[in-house]
Design a binder for this molecule. Structure first.
Ligand code: PLP
Length: 392
C-alpha cells in the first residue's frame, strides 16, 4: 500500500548532501517515475528510504510515496512540476510571491539565429524581478532553505558578486528580515556598485580580479563579525535551485509547447545554472543531448563570466560530455547586436557569449530541432560596454 503524502510532513533523521544522492536523482529524472517507497513511523520520522527522500526533496516534489512495498508514482503524480507552473493571472501578494510564482521566464524564438533545421529559443532570465537576472533563482532558494533551518533574522548576509547576485542579495535580505553586505571585484559594472546601495546594502569595493578571490576575505570577516556567508560559489543550494527551477521550468515549457530539445547553450560564472541544466537534461533526454557552454577567452572580461579552470565545483557533478567554447567580448557583443537588430531584444553580454558558443559548436550543422540559449540578463545594464557598438 502506498500513500502520497506532502513531503513537508516527513521528518528525516539526518540531512544528506547533494553529493550523497546524485545517481539516484539522475535515475529518477531518467525514468520519470519512482517505484520504491519511503517508510515512516507514527511520528512521521523517515525510517527507510532516506536516500530516496533526499533525492526527491532536492528535485522539488510536493508529494512523497510512503509505504512499505508496491510503490509507484510518476513525476506528475508527485507534483514534480507544481513549483514551476506559475500564476497565469499574474496577481501577487508581495514581491517574494512575484519571484516565486512569476515563472516560468519567457522562452522566445529568435529569428536572428533560427533556420529551417534549428529553431533557437532564448530563455529570458531578466524577467526575474529582483536583480533582473538569473541570480534571483539561486538566492531565493538558498534563503528559503536557510530560513527553514532558522536564524536569518537580524543577520548580515554576505557574499561576493560580479553584480547581479549582489543586487539579488540586497533586494532579498530584507524580505527575510536580514541585511546584506556585497563584496565586489575591481571590474564590477556601475549598476552592480550603485543598485545594492540604493536597496540598503553595504557594498565593499575591492581590488580583486575575480569574485572567487574574495572568499577568504569574507570568511575572515564572517569569523570576526558574525556574518552569514551565503557563498554562491560553493553552496550546493545554488546548483539545486537550478535543477528544481531553471531546468525544470524549461522542461515543463518544452513539454507544453511540444518542442524537440536537442541542445542548450549558456555561459559559466559559478557554473550553477549550466551544470544543473546539463545534469537534468542529459538524464532526462539521453546522451545525445548537447550542452554547449561559453567561457571568456584567455585575457577577456565578459561581465558575470569566468573561465572553468578558476574553480567551479558543479562541473565535477556532470560528465565530460559538454562542449566548452572560448568566446571573446567582441564575439559576445556581435551576437548581442545581431539579436538587437533582428529581434529587437537587448540581451546581456553573457547571453551573447552563449549564442557565440552555439555558433562555434562542432555539431551545430548536425543539429535538427529546438535549441535553447539561456540569457542571464538584459543589455540595458551595460550601456557603457555596448556603447562600443555604436562608436561611443
Ligand atoms: N551571466 C551573468 C550576467 C551573470 O551575472 C552570471 C552570474 O553571476 C552568469 C552569467 C553565470 O551564471 P552562473 O553563476 O549560474 O554560472
Amino acid at each position: 500500500m502506498m500513500e502520497l503524502l506532502p513531503i513537508g510532513l516527513l521528518r528525516p533523521p539526518r540531512e544528506l548532501s547533494l553529493w550523497d544522492v546524485p545517481s539516484l536523482m539522475g535515475e529518477i529524472l531518467r525514468k520519470g517515475y519512482v517505484d520504491e517507497c519511503i517508510s515512516v513511523n507514527e511520528d512521521m520520522e523517515v525510517t527507510g528510504g532516506l536516500e530516496l527522500y533526499w533525492a526527491l526533496y532536492k528535485l522539488g516534489v510536493r508529494l512523497a510515496p510512503v509505504g512499505f512495498n508496491g510503490c509507484y508514482a510518476s513525476l506528475d503524480d508527485l507534483g514534480f512540476y507544481d513549483d514551476v507552473k506559475g500564476n497565469p493571472i499574474r496577481v501577487y501578494s508581495d514581491s517574494l510571491d512575484l519571484a516565486l510564482r512569476g515563472i516560468p521566464t519567457p522562452l522566445v524564438k529568435l529569428r536572428s539565429y533560427s533556420n529551417e533545421r534549428v529553431r533557437v529559443w532564448a530563455k529570458l532570465e531578466w524577467f526575474n524581478p529582483f536583480s533582473l537576472s538569473i541570480k534571483d533563482k539561486p538566492l531565493l532558494h538558498i534563503l528559503r532553505e536557510m530560513s527553514r533551518r532558522g536564524g536569518l533574522e537580524g543577520r548580515v548576509l554576505a557574499d561576493a558578486s560580479s553584480a547581479n547576485f549582489g543586487i539579488a542579495l540586497a533586494a532579498l535580505a530584507p524580505q527575510f528580515k536580514a541585511r546584506a553586505r556585497v563584496y565586489l571585484p575591481r571590474r564590477a559594472e556601475l549598476f552592480g556598485r550603485i543598485i545594492p546601495r540604493v536597496m540598503g546594502a553595504e557594498v565593499v569595493e575591492t581590488e580583486a580580479e575575480l569574485t572567487v578571490e574574495l572568499l577568504s576575505r569574507i570568511l575572515e570577516d564572517s569569523r570576526r563579525e558574525g556574518l552569514l556567508h551565503v557563498n554562491q560559489f560553493l553552496n550546493d543550494l545554488n546548483f539545486e535551485s537550478h535543477l528544481r527551477i531553471t531546468a525544470k521550468e524549461l522542461d515543463y515549457q518544452a513539454r507544453m509547447a511540444s518542442l524537440k530539445l536537442v541542445a542548450i547553450a549558456g555561459s559559466l560564472g559559478t557554473s550553477g545554472h549550466m551544470a544543473a541544466v546539463d545534469f537534468y537534461f542529459r538524464y532526462r533526454y539521453g546522451d545525445k543531448f548537447k550542452t554547449i557552454m561559453a567561457q571568456p577567452a584567455r585575457g577577456e572580461h565578459i561581465p558575470g563570466m569566468r573561465r572553468s579552470e578558476t574553480g567551479m565545483i558543479w562541473l565535477a557533478m556532470i560528465a565530460e560530455g559538454y562542449e566548452l567554447h572560448d568566446v571573446t567580448l567582441g564575439e559576445a557583443l556581435e551576437a548581442l547586436r545581431r539579436v538587437a537588430r533582428v529581434d529587437g531584444l537587448l540581451i546581456g553580454p553573457s547571453g551573447g557569449a552563449a549564442l557565440a558558443a552555439l555558433e562555434k559548436s562542432v555539431g551545430v550543422n548536425d543539429l535538427n530541432g529546438d535549441v535553447v540559449v539561456i540569457i542571464p540578463d538584459t543589455g540595458f545594464k551595460y550601456v557603457n560596454l555596448i556603447s562600443k557598438l555604436v562608436g561611443g
